[in-house]
Design a protein around this ligand. Sequence first.
Ligand code: ADP
Ligand code: ZN
Ligand code: ZN
Length: 715
Amino acid sequence: MSHWLSVLVATPAHAALGSVLTYRSGAPLPAGTLVRVPLGKRETLGIVWSAQDVESTGELDPTRLRDISGVLEGMPPLPDSWQQLVGFTAQYYQRSIGEVALAALPPSLRELSPEQMQRRLKRQARAPVRPAAEPGPGGPLTLSPEQAQVVQRIGEAAGPFLLYGATGSGKTEVYLQCVERMLDDDPQAQALVMVPEINLTPQLEARFRERFVQRLGAHAVVSMHSGMTHPQRLQSWLAAHTGEARLVLGTRLAVFASLPRLRLIVVDEEHDPSYKSSDGARYSARDLALYRGRLEGAKVLLGSATPSLESWHHSRDAAQGGRYERLTMPSRIGQGAALPLVRRVDMNHQPRGAVFSPPLLEAIQARVARGEQCMVFLNRRGYAPVLHCAECGWKSACPHCSAFRVFHKIDRTLRCHHCGFTERVPRACPDCGNLDIAPIGRGTEQLEEQLAQLLIDVRRPDTRSPEHPDGLPLRIARIDADSTRLKGSLQAQLDAVHAGEVDILVGTQMIAKGHDFRRITLVAAVNPDTALFSSDYRAGERLFSLLMQAAGRAGRDAALGAQSEVWVQTFQPAHPLYAALKTYDYPLFARQALQEREQAGLPPYSAQALVRAEARTQEAAQAFLNLAREGVESQMRHWDGWAEVVDKITLYPAVPTAVQRVANEERAQMLLESASRPALQHFLSGWQSLLHASRAEPAAKGLIRWAIDVDPLNI
Ligand code: ADP
Ligand code: ZN
Ligand code: ZN
C-alpha cells in the first residue's frame, strides 16, 4: 500500500517546475518530516508538506510517480508554526515556497545522508550538563528604575514592544532579565535574541552565556550566524529544534530557527538594515519576527536608540494604543553619565580641501597626549575613490562596471568594489602616458596615512614605565572590510583597541556600531554630508542613526562621559538632522523625517515593491520591466475583479539602477507603490504571471534574472 506525499524541494525561484512535488512512500508521514527524494538524476532533501498546499495538477500519472529515497529518522518533524512561517514568507516576499523552506534549513541538512544524520543525532544526544547551584560572577544587576519599569511592563503586557532606549541605557540588561523572567514562568521555554551583525555577536554572546550557562547548562545557549561552519550551524540548529537550546542568539537567518517552545523574540538594533536579506527571498527578519510572535504567541521586543521610522510610526505609549507598545529609557546607566557634547565644525570656514579641520586636529592631539583614545570614521574604504590623469582626463573606471575602481595604496592596486576586478596601479596614464596620475577624494587608508603625518610629533604618555619621560609614538589602527578580511583579524584588532594598544582608531561604519569601547572620548565623522544629498530617501535616517550610534561609542565609562565629544565636519552646520543630533533628540528627528515622508507619500505612509532586472543590455532589462508594466493596463485590468486592485497601484517606468552596469550586466529597476499594503500584495501575486510572460518576449531577450523586492530598503 503506498501513500502519496507532497514534498517541498528547492527549485530555482522561477523554474517551470513547481516547488511542491508528489512522491510515493510506503508509510504515511506527517507534514514537516524531512525526507530524501530523487529529483532528476540527483537526490535531494525534501520536506513533507501539508496536503492543502499541493499545487493540484489533477492529472498525476501514478506510474510515473517516484518513491522517496529515505526518511531522516529520529528527527522530529518541523513544527506547524515553522511551516506557516515559511509559507507566509514565500507568499509575502513572492518566492517559491520550496526555495524559502530549504534555504531556511542549515546547509548540512541538505548534504548529509540519512545514515550520517543518524550518527549526528546520537552524538548530539549527550548527557545534559547539570546546572551549577551557586550564582556566578555574571549574575543579574540591580535594575535602574527605568529598566525595572520596562522589565515589569514587558512581563505583564502582551506587546509587541518597541524599547526606545538611549545608547548605554542598559537595553541588554533588560533583554537578559526578560529572558530570566520567561524561564521563571516556564523552565522549558525558548527565547530567540537577534542581533544585526556577526561581528557584534561574540560580545553579546559572552554576556548571555555568562548569565545563563549556570542556570541552563552549556548546551542551552547557542549561536546561529553565517560566519559559523556548517557542522557548527547544524549543531545549533538541532539543539534548537529538539528544544535542548533555550536561548538562540543569531543574525537574521535565525528568525527561521525551528523553536518548538518559543516564548520570546528580541530584535536588538531593530532599525539595522542588515535585518533585510539582499538575495533569495528578500525578507526582513525584523518584520518576520513580529509575524512569528503573533503566530506562536511569543512576546516580541524590538530595541533601538534610533528606531526605524516604520517602527516609530507604529508605536505608541501604552495609554494611546498603537500597533506596538512604546517603552522608553532616556537615561544612560551610571551616575551623571552624560551623552558626549556634539560639535559641528563649519567646513565653509576651514582651509579648502583639508581632510581634518585644524580645530578637530587639535582636539585629537590634546586627547591622545593625555592618553585617551579617539575614533575617526569615514564611510569609504581604500585610499581614494578615483585615480585621475589631469593631462587627458583618464579616470580609473572599471571596464566591467559603470563605476570607478578604488585606489588601494597599501598593495598599490585599483579595485572595483562592485565586481572585484583588481589590477596593479599603472605607472603612467594608460591613455596618454602622463606619469602624474593623482588620487581624487579620500578613503580610510588615506585618513590613516594623513593622521600619522599630521601627528608625527605628538607623543602619548608612557604610563607603564618611567623610561620614557617624553612619551611614546602614537599608535593608529584602521578597521574596515579590507583590514579584517582574514578570519579572526577583526577580533584581534578590536581586542587591541580594548586593551588600550591603540590611540586612534580609523574606520568605516563598521567601528561606529555596537562595540563597547570604554576608553574612547572623542568620535569624529569626517565627511558625513554625502548622505544628505543622496537620491535614496532613507539615507538621512541611516546617517542619523549611525551618528547616534557613533556618539554612543564615546564616553561609555561614566567617568569620561561628561568630557567626551562627538565632532561632525559639515558644510551644512544648520541642517535639521545635525541640529537634532546636537541635542540627541531622536523624536525631533523622527517627527521631521516622518513629516517629509508623509508629504511625499513614502513609507511608512505607503507600501513599496521593487522589481530588479539584470540583462545583457540595458534595453532588454528595461523592455522586460516595461512589458510587464504595459500588461497591467492591457491585460490585468480586464481580469475578473482586478480593475479595483490595479487602480490602487502606481507603477513607475523602468529606470537604470544607480550603478547601472556591474560585472558586464546591465541593471534596471521598476518601483511599485500603493497606499494599501494588502492591495500591493494581492497585485504582486497576480502580476507575477505577466512578469513570467514578458520574459519570453523577443524584446526581453538577453534578460539574465529578475526578482521582486518587497519593502525594499535601497531604492
Ligand atoms: P545599551 O545596549 O542600551 O547601549 P548596555 O546594555 O550595553 O546599553 O549597557 C551599558 C552599560 O551599563 C553596560 O556596561 C552594562 O553592563 C551597564 N549596565 C546596564 N544595566 C546596569 C545596571 N542596572 N546596573 C549597573 N550597570 C548596568
Ligand atoms: Zn592621461
Ligand atoms: Zn567592476
